[in-house]
Design a protein around this ligand. Structure first.
Ligand code: CEZ
Length: 794
């Protein structure tokens, strides 16, 4: 039912109803499209703010990408209706809107294309979607094959949703000379000041065909008639009526009438996307369908090839072979792609949240370290002279802070050393610390080192008399907005995270030649850890915070929100938790937060508003931050477990981030293992029916942390100033693993094996024993054979 294709290029699903929301996504430099297996699509492009060209049927709110998007009959989609002209029978590929069960069906999510094969009544429809590298447009191929033993007379109707474009102005018509449907609109606005911006928008939606259709329809209502979208009346006529839309909802439908002998096929190509004007559509037609290059390729083919190349550039730096083939598949093929997507697109925002931006580029350190470097410098150039970081990083001159970035959060500074440390581990580029960077107000420049000192001082200063960090209207947890809005409430997690940030920064300072300063930060971390243990330890685990009214929460006497994951894991990182506390809090997590789908962010989920905590308690119990298996938080915890050598719990939870391996688990999650979603539903003990269900939202800070868990934890192949430290933490159920690690220009072929007689892990590089497992003086362009001998029981 689901499996990786033989060449590992695709992940395939053989039913449109088993996981009805199964999906894949493609992106390029300007756009993103999320396609589900049944033909529904969510696409947006940047101009520079996110905009649509295929709209919902009614006025859509502009918002950030949301989890658990509902699909419905008129949801934007890309379909092909197929009519047998002799029998009048109609089906649609890939499945919506007619919903005729196919005789054979495959939905294959690839890295640079999404492909369907749908066979119904002896007709095979193959559809594929790809993108060009730079431009906002979809490249579609549709192939029709007669698999039956008789001559077939068919009508094929590719259908592209245009939808409700604008309440001010919308229309559409077919242009003979372009062989295209072009729909026009004006983005609604009211202030005359906006006109200058609006007039530059690509407010048209076009559907360009490489082959001339016999007929078309541009009027949604006329197309559907009384039959509706599942059985459009227009299909009952011999030919579509060649209609247009005049302040009516437009649609892009074309008709091809074909006669196919047994075995015969016909192929079509379409381009669908936004455009500024008809001239641009004409140019696209010329570039993609008419002109060809020296290799005889036209622009369409060349674009598909270039796009594939672009996606391949996002390769990770490890390739693994373990006893768990599903993990291998995900880590080798899909995880780096998702990390790359974040680093390359910044989640299709022009003002990414500062913590997201920094963590996304922490991930990019493994893929394109140069991009990560530039991003860290950019973020620091927006730091205020008092050391605080803004809530979002402005990426475009016209961008402004929107949505959540208008709400003050106090955690942004902690991510600076934490994310930078990964970049340094990978690149060893300590010269970045000496880089001169301006401040947001233009008040001169200082080195990166000074910038981060200021950030750390800001964190040390933004505390109450007890030494606990203020939360204001939120920390990592966006919607925890009412703990401290009166100016008194503090964040337990942030205090702990600050201690950890001090420690990480101390290490960086030391390697950067500032041993004295490093000592100060270590002392500050220790003092913070003492404060944490004095005010936040609840006996079995750490509290989440203390409200404006001095009420400690996230503790055993709370009916709801009794335990939160973040303070537990981060206290392992900061060193606040000694061994006894570690055991206790790990037990509490296992008992109260762990589920078959991973570890929940908090439990029990809140079922009603807690006014001294905030809107997080108003989210549906078990969704998002209110007690879902929020993978970002789960990844922190797993990372923390590895940091203290708790390999068994770490691996068990890491594995739970992926759907499978059992079919039952995959069905419950409803998602293909081609990305990690931001959450799986939690509240397992309250609402088991929905627990495990994927949010299908692939924007998440989870993935760089999962990569770090693999590099620093599970396989233990982390960079150090001297070279690379080989310290695997394989789960006891594995007797061996192989890792190919690309590192600072060298390649390491590492074989890890449990061997009888070995009492402590031994590491050899090209046969030579390595002290502490550290391989130093690596030469770029060289391949090293590393063998790791691990005790049988460990
Ligand atoms: O967004 C994420 C943020 O992008 O939530 C995380 C936070 O650390 C990330 O920076 C945890 O709060 O405003 C809301 O209520 C939204 O739910 C966001 O908090 C959340 C969404 O899941 C979007 O991904």
């Amino acid at each position: 039912m689901i499996r990786a294709s033989e060449d590992n290029e695709f992940y395939e699903l053989s039913s449109p109803t088993l996981l009805p929301k199964a999906s894949g996504f493609l992106w390029n430099e300007k756009m993103m499209i999320h396609m589900n297996c049944r033909g529904y699509a969510v696409a947006q492009f940047m101009q520079p703010e996110p905009a649509k060209y295929s709209y919902a049927p009614n006025l859509e709110a502009k918002t950030f990408m949301q989890p658990e998007q509902p699909y419905y009959a008129h949801h934007p989609g890309r379909f092909v209706y197929v009519k047998d002209e002799e029998t009048g029978e109609v089906f649609s590929a890939p499945y919506e809107p007619v919903r005729v069960p196919a005789d054979r069906y495959t939905f294959a999510v690839g890295k640079s294309s999404i492909v369907w094969k749908v066979e119904c009544g002896g007709v095979l429809i193959e559809m594929s979607l790809s993108l060009p590298k730079e431009e906002a447009m979809e490249l579609w191929r549709v192939k029709v094959t007669n698999l039956s033993q008789r001559q077939r007379k068919l009508s094929i109707y590719p259908y592209f949703t245009v939808g409700y474009m604008s309440w001010m102005n919308q229309s559409g018509e077919y242009h003979e000379e372009l062989q295209a449907i072009v729909c026009s609109s004006i983005t609604p606005y009211q202030k005359y000041q906006d006109y200058a911006k609006i007039k530059e928008f690509s407010d048209k939606t076009f559907l360009l065909a490489d082959r001339k259709p016999v007929a078309w329809e541009v009027n949604q209502e006329a197309f559907e008639g009384e039959g509706g979208i599942t059985g459009p009346s227009a299909l009952q006529e011999e030919e579509l009526s060649k209609g247009d839309a005049r302040y009516e909802t437009p649609v892009g439908v074309l008709q091809y009438r074909i006669r196919l002998a047994p075995g015969e096929e016909e192929a079509y190509r379409f381009i669908f996307g936004p455009a500024k004007n008809e001239e641009q559509v004409a140019q696209i037609r010329e570039d993609y369908f008419i002109k060809s290059n020296v290799n005889g390729e036209d622009g369409f083919e060349a674009a598909e090839r270039e796009y594939d190349q672009y996606i391949r550039e996002g390769r990770g730096c490890i390739e693994i072979s373990t006893p768990d083939p599903d993990l291998d598949q995900f880590v080798n093929h899909w995880l780096p792609r998702q990390v790359y997507y974040h680093g390359q697109t910044n989640r299709l925002t022009t003002d990414p949240q500062t913590r997201n931006f920094l963590q996304d580029h922490m991930g990019m350190s493994y893929i394109k370290p140069q991009v990560a470097r530039e991003s860290f410098l950019l973020a620091l150039s927006q730091q205020k002279p008092d050391g605080s970081m803004p809530d979002g990083i402005i990426l475009h001159k016209d961008a402004e802070l929107k949505y959540i970035n208008q709400v003050p959060h106090t955690d942004h500074c902690v991510w600076l050393p934490i994310c930078l440390s990964t970049y340094l581990d990978e690149s060893n580029d300590y010269s970045i610390l000496e880089e001169q960077v301006p401040y947001a107000d233009g008040s001169g420049t200082e080195t990166v080192l000074e910038h981060i000192h200021k950030a750390m001082k800001w964190l040390a200063g933004d505390r109450d008399e007890r030494g606990l960090n203020y939360i204001n209207q939120g920390d990592w947890c966006d919607p925890m907005n009412m703990v401290g809005y009166k100016g008194k409430g503090v964040s337990g997690w942030l205090t702990i995270a600050t201690a950890y940030a001090f420690k990480v920064w101390a290490d960086i300072c030391e390697y950067g030649g500032q041993a004295e300063i490093a000592k100060e930060y270590r002392r500050a971390a220790e003092e913070t850890n003492e404060v944490i243990n004095r005010y936040l330890w609840d006996g079995e685990w750490y509290a989440r915070g203390i409200t404006d009214d001095n009420v400690v929460f996230g503790i055993s006497t709370d009916q709801e929100g009794r335990i939160f994951i973040n303070p537990q894991g981060w206290s392992l990182l900061s060193g606040a938790a000694d061994e006894e506390k570690r055991e206790k809090l790990m037990r509490a997590v296992r008992e109260q937060l762990e589920t078959p789908y991973g570890v929940e962010k908090l439990a029990p989920s809140y079922t009603s508003m807690r006014e001294d905590v905030g809107r997080v308690t108003q989210k549906h119990p078990g969704s998002a931050e209110n007690g879902a298996v929020y993978n970002h938080a789960a990844a922190f915890y797993i990372y923390a477990l590895y940091s203290v050598g708790e390999r068994e719990d770490a691996y068990r939870l890491l594995r739970k981030m992926l759907p499978g391996p059992t079919m039952e688990d995959i069905v419950q999650r409803g998602q293909l293992p081609v990305f990690i979603p931001n959450y799986y539903r939690g509240a397992y003990r309250q609402f088991p029916r929905t627990a495990g269900r994927s949010s299908h939202l692939f924007n998440t800070g989870t993935v760089p942390w999962v990569y770090r868990c693999l590099i620093d934890g599970l396989f233990g192949v982390q960079g150090t100033p001297e070279g690379i430290a080989i310290r695997p933490q394989l789960p006891s159920e594995w007797s061996e693993a192989k890792v190919r690690r690309e590192f600072r220009g060298a390649t390491l072929q590492i074989e890890m094996k449990r061997e009888p007689g070995v009492t402590a892990t031994e590491v050899y590089a090209n046969g030579v024993y390595l002290e502490n497992g550290v391989l130093s003086d690596l030469k770029p362009g060289t391949e090293y054979k590393v063998s790791v001998k691990i005790p049988v029981s460990e």
